[in-house]
Design a protein around this ligand. Structure first.
Ligand code: GLC
Length: 805
C-alpha cells in the first residue's frame, strides 16, 4: 500500500490495493482490500463518472444537478488488465486504474497524451462529529495548466493559485476576495497542452477547491460529507467541455420570452403606484427602451409574500394592466421566509400542512428576515414545491405579473453569525432525508424550481420568467440569475464582467449584475460604462438599494442619458442576434459569452485575459473599466475584426490601444459575420417587424452565421414552428456570395432583409438574387452598400469588376 505519512498522521485514510473487479454494462466496480469501491461509469466516450465508497456499498444515487435529459451512450468500451493497471478504453479516452493504489490516469486515446492524473487521488477522513467522511481528491497540476469555471467567484478568471469554497452565502457588499458568495457551482475546466477537460464534483455539502495554491503541483477538492462523486469531461475543446457539462446538468428548459432579453429597471423599492408609473412614463417620454419594471419587497403587506400593501398599491391588477399598455412587464419579488403570523393565510396553510423546515428535535426552524421571525418551506419536498407553485395563481393569472424574482434563498437569515439555517435543520431531499449540511447549497435552487413550476403553469401559453440569487449546478434549467449585492465602484465593474463570463463557462448563461451597483451610488461615468458592459450581458437590469439616491438612466446629467439611451438602443437592435445565441444555448448548451480562452484556447495569450469576451459567436466586446479613459488597451484575438463604430479592420493576435471616449466602447465584429438587427423599439413587440437588417461584414474566405426566429414567446417553436436561417458567406477578390439555407415551419412576420455590406473591397457591378439580376438604382454609391431583398433568397451574388482604390 502506498501511503503518505504526513497526511496519514493528520487522520487521512487511503484505498489499499484492488482485489476485485466487476462489470455491470456501463458500470465498472473496483474493490480494494480495505472495502473501498470505485464505481466508474462510462456515460459517453468523453464522459466518465467516478464514485467512491469506503463502506462497501453506495448511498441512494440521487442528485438535483443531473438532468434526466442528459445525453448518454458510448461507441466503444474495452477493459484490459495488465500487471499494474486496469485499462478502460472508449473511443476518446483511455483510463488507467492502478491496482496498487486505485489512482486514476486519463489519456487522450488518439495521441496518448496524459490529460489528467490523480496525485494521491481519493482519500478521506472520518467525521467524528457528523458521521460519514470528509471526502477528498487530489490531482496533479502541471506548470502551465490553467483552471476556469466555479460559478460566481468574483476574482480573476483563471482560478490557478487560489482556493475556493462552495457554500451559498448572502454576501451584501462583497468584494473581490470574498468567498464564498451566492452560488455553489462545483465545476471547473482545466486546460493544459491545448487540451481541455472538465471536472464536476457533484456533492452538495460544503465543498472546497484548491487550484495549486497549497502545493504548486496539486489541485484538490473535498467536501464535508457525502460521497466523492465526480464527472470527468473531455474536450479537447473548452467549449465542448462546457457544452457537455451543460448537457449533463441541463440546458434551460426553454427560451426566455424575448422581452426578458430587453432592458429591466429595478430599485429597492419603487412605491407607491404613482412612483412606479412615474418611472415607466419617463422611460417612454425620454424614449429609452425598457421592457420590465420591478417591485421589490415594499409592495407587500408587512413583507408577507403573496400579499399587497393596499395603501401603496390599491388595485394591483389595474396597475399591472396599465403598465402593460405602456409595454411594461411587471416583475415581483418573492422571498422564502414566511412571516409567523396566525392571521396570514400562507403561514397558516404551511403550518397546517406541515411544510416548514424543522430542527433536529422537531421544533420549527425560526429565523429573522425582512418580515421579522419566519418559518421556511422545505423546498426539497416535492409536495411543498407543488403547494408553493400553486401560490402563484393569483399573482400571475389574476394580477398579470410576468416574472418572479426569488431572493434571500441561500437561505439568508439575519442576525445570526452563520447567516443561514443551523446545520441540524432537517430536509426531505426528495425522499432522502438529511440535514441542512447537505441541503443548504440546493435550497435556493429548489425554491427557484418551485417558483418556475408555478409560473410555467399560470403563464401558459406564454413562457415563464424567473430570476434567482442562490444557485447550485443545474439551476440554469429553470431560471435566470444575478450576481447579488455588489457596490457602485470601478472594481465592481471589473467583477461584474468576470462574473458574467464565469457564469457562462459554468453552464449558467442567463446572468447579469446589478448595473450601476447595488450599494452606494455611482457617478454618471461609472453608470455609463456599466450600461455599456450590460448590453452584452444576457440578463440586463439596473438595480440599486435606493439608499443613496436614484439610479435611472436620467438620474445623472443629460449626456449620460443620451449615451445610455444609445447603448440600450444597440441592445434592442441586437435582439435577434442575442436570441439566436440564446437558442444555441438552449439547444446545445453553447455558452452565450465566451471569454477569450474559450474563444481561442490555442492562443496562450488568452489564458490569463479577463476583460475581453465574445458575445454570441461574432461580436467582441471589451468594457472600459477605469475613470477618465479615452480608450484602453485590449487583446484582439487572432483573425480580422471590424471596428463596430467605423468599420476599420484590425488584424488580431496582439494587444492594441482602442479609442473609446465615454460615448463609445471597444466593440468589434468578426470578419465574414452576418449580424441580424431589429429596428429600435421601446419594448419587445412595440412594432411589427417587417424587415430585418443584415449587417454583412465582407471577408475573403468563408464564414457561417445564423438567424433564429419564432413567435418571441410561447412553446410553438418546440413543435417545429421556428425559423432557422443559416447563412454562408463566401468572399473573393471580386465577388461576395451569401447562401441561405432555411429550416423550420415558422412564417416570420418580416418579409425582407435589408442587406448592409461593410468593407466591400470592390465597386458593385451586378447583384444577382437567385440568378435574377436586380436593379442597382437604390444602391448607395459610397460607404456602406445597402439594398433590400426578399427574405427567402437562396443565393445572393454580388459582383464587382474592379478593386476600390
Ligand atoms: C437583497 C437583494 C436585493 C434586494 C433586497 C431587498 O439585498 O439582494 O436585490 O433589493 O434584498 O429585497
Amino acid at each position: 500500500m502506498i501511503v503518505n505519512t504526513e497526511l496519514e498522521q493528520k487522520g487521512n485514510l487511503f484505498p489499499s490495493k484492488i482485489i476485485g473487479f466487476e462489470k455491470d454494462v456501463d458500470k465498472l466496480y473496483f474493490t480494494t482490500d480495505n472495502d473501498v469501491i470505485l464505481q466508474l461509469t462510462v456515460l459517453r466516450d468523453s464522459l466518465l463518472r467516478f464514485r467512491y465508497t469506503t463502506v462497501g456499498n453506495f448511498d441512494n444515487d440521487f442528485s438535483y444537478a443531473i438532468t434526466k435529459y442528459a445525453s448518454i451512450g458510448y461507441n466503444r468500451l474495452k477493459i484490459d488488465e495488465n500487471e499494474d493497471y486496469f485499462v478502460v478504453t472508449t473511443s476518446k479516452l483511455r483510463c488507467d486504474i492502478s491496482k496498487e493504489s486505485l489512482r486514476v490516469s486519463i489519456y487522450d486515446v488518439k495521441d496518448n497524451v496524459l490529460i489528467n492524473q490523480d496525485e494521491i487521488g481519493f482519500h478521506w477522513e472520518e467525521s467524528y462529529e457528523f458521521g460519514g467522511n470528509i471526502v477528498k481528491m487530489s490531482k496533479v497540476s502541471n506548470d502551465g495548466e490553467s483552471y476556469y469555471g466555479l460559478g460566481d467567484k468574483p476574482n480573476h478568471l483563471n482560478l490557478k493559485g487560489k482556493r475556493y469554497t462552495n457554500w451559498v452565502t448572502d454576501s451584501y457588499a462583497y468584494g473581490k476576495d470574498t468567498d464564498p458568495i451566492y452560488k455553489a457551482i462545483p465545476f471547473y475546466t482545466g486546460l493544459h497542452h491545448g487540451k481541455a477537460y472538465g471536472i464536476f464534483f457533484d456533492n452538495s455539502f460544503r465543498s472546497s477547491f484548491d487550484f495549486a495554491q497549497e502545493r504548486r503541483n496539486v489541485t484538490s477538492f473535498w467536501a464535508q460529507g457525502g460521497e466523492m462523486n465526480y464527472y470527468f469531461f473531455y474536450g479537447p475543446k473548452m467549449t465542448d467541455v462546457v457544452e457537455s457539462y451543460t448537457d449533463l446538468t441541463g440546458k434551460p428548459h426553454h427560451l426566455p420570452p424575448m422581452w426578458a432579453l430587453g432592458f429591466h429597471q429595478c430599485k429597492w423599492s419603487y412605491y407607491p403606484e404613482s412612483k412606479v408609473k412615474e418611472i415607466t412614463s419617463t422611460f417612454r417620454k425620454l424614449k429609452i427602451p425598457c421592457d420590465a419594471i420591478y417591485l421589490d419587497i415594499d409592495y407587500m403587506e408587512g413583507f408577507r409574500c403573496f400579499t399587497w400593501n393596499k395603501d401603496y398599491f390599491p388595485d394591483p391588477k389595474r396597475m399591472v394592466s396599465e403598465l402593460k399598455e405602456q409595454g411594461f412587464k411587471t416583475v415581483a419579488i418573492i422571498d422564502p421566509g414566511i412571516k409567523i403570523d396566525k392571521d396570514y393565510s400562507v403561514f397558516k396553510e404551511g403550518l397546517e400542512k406541515d411544510y416548514f423546515c424543522k430542527r433536529a428535535d422537531g421544533a420549527y426552524m425560526k429565523g429573522k428576515v425582512w418580515p421579522g421571525e419566519c418559518h421556511f418551506p422545505d423546498f426539497t419536498n416535492a409536495e411543498v414545491r407543488e403547494w408553493w407553485s400553486g401560490l402563484f395563481k393569483e399573482l400571475i393569472e389574476e394580477i398579470g405579473i410576468k416574472g418572479v424574482w426569488n431572493d434571500m434563498n441561500e437561505p439568508a437569515v439575519m442576525e445570526v453569525p452563520n447567516k443561514t439555517f443551523p446545520d441540524d435543520v432537517r430536509h426531505d431531499y426528495d425522499g432522502n432525508p438529511c440535514s441542512h449540511r447537505k441541503a443548504h447549497n440546493i435550497y435556493g435552487m429548489q425554491m427557484a424550481r418551485a417558483t418556475y413550476q408555478g409560473l410555467k403553469k399560470y403563464s401558459y401559453p406564454k413562457r415563464p420568467f424567473v430570476i434567482t440569487r442562490a444557485a447550485y449546478s443545474g439551476t440554469q434549467r429553470y431560471t435566470s440569475t444575478w450576481t447579488g449585492d455588489n457596490i457602485a465602484n470601478w472594481e465592481h465593474l471589473w467583477i461584474a464582467n468576470i462574473q458574467a463570463q464565469r457564469m457562462s463557462m459554468s453552464g449558467f448563461g442567463f446572468a447579469g449584475s446589478d448595473i450601476g451597483g447595488f450599494a452606494e451610488q455611482p457617478q454618471g461615468e461609472l453608470f455609463t460604462r456599466w450600461i455599456q458592459l450590460g448590453i452584452f450581458h444576457p440578463f440586463f437590469r439596473v438595480h440599486s438599494s435606493g439608499d443613496h439616491g436614484d439610479q435611472e438612466p436620467w438620474a445623472f446629467d443629460e449626456d449620460v442619458t443620451d449615451i445610455v439611451r444609445k447603448f440600450i438602443e444597440i441592445r434592442y437592435q441586437l435582439l435577434p442576434y442575442l436570441y439566436t445565441a440564446f437558442w444555441n444555448y438552449v439547444d446545445h448548451g453553447t455558452p452565450l459569452l465566451k471569454s477569450l480562452v474559450l474563444y481561442d484556447q490555442d492562443d496562450v495569450n488568452t489564458h490569463y485575459r479577463t476583460d475581453e469576451f465574445v458575445f454570441g459567436e461574432q461580436i467582441l466586446a471589451c468594457p472600459v473599466l477605469e475613470p477618465n479613459a479615452k480608450g484602453r488597451r485590449m487583446y484582439i484575438p487572432k483573425g480580422r475584426w471590424y471596428n463596430f463604430w467605423d468599420d476599420e479592420v484590425v488584424k488580431g493576435g496582439k494587444e492594441m490601444w482602442i479609442d473609446a471616449d465615454i460615448d463609445s466602447m471597444p466593440i468589434f465584429i468578426k470578419e465574414g459575420a452576418i449580424i441580424p438587427k431589429f429596428p429600435i423599439q421601446q419594448y419587445v413587440g412595440e412594432k411589427e417587424i417587417k424587415e430585418v437588417t443584415l449587417d454583412v461584414y465582407y471577408k475573403k474566405g468563408k464564414e457561417e452565421s445564423e438567424l433564429f426566429s419564432d413567435a418571441n414567446d410561447g412553446y410553438d417553436y418546440t413543435k417545429g414552428r421556428y425559423s432557422l436561417r443559416n447563412f454562408t458567406l463566401t468572399g473573393r477578390k471580386n465577388e461576395l456570395i451569401i447562401n441561405q439555407y432555411k429550416e423550420g415551419k415558422f412564417i416570420t412576420p418580416y418579409e425582407t432583409f435589408k442587406i448592409q455590406i461593410h468593407g466591400l473591397p470592390f465597386d458593385i457591378s451586378e447583384i444577382q438574387l437567385d440568378n435574377e439580376t436586380i436593379s442597382l438604382n437604390h444602391l448607395k454609391s459610397n460607404g456602406t452598400s445597402s439594398f433590400v431583398v426578399d427574405k427567402n433568397f437562396s443565393e445572393l451574388h454580388i459582383k464587382g469588376n474592379q478593386s476600390k482604390s
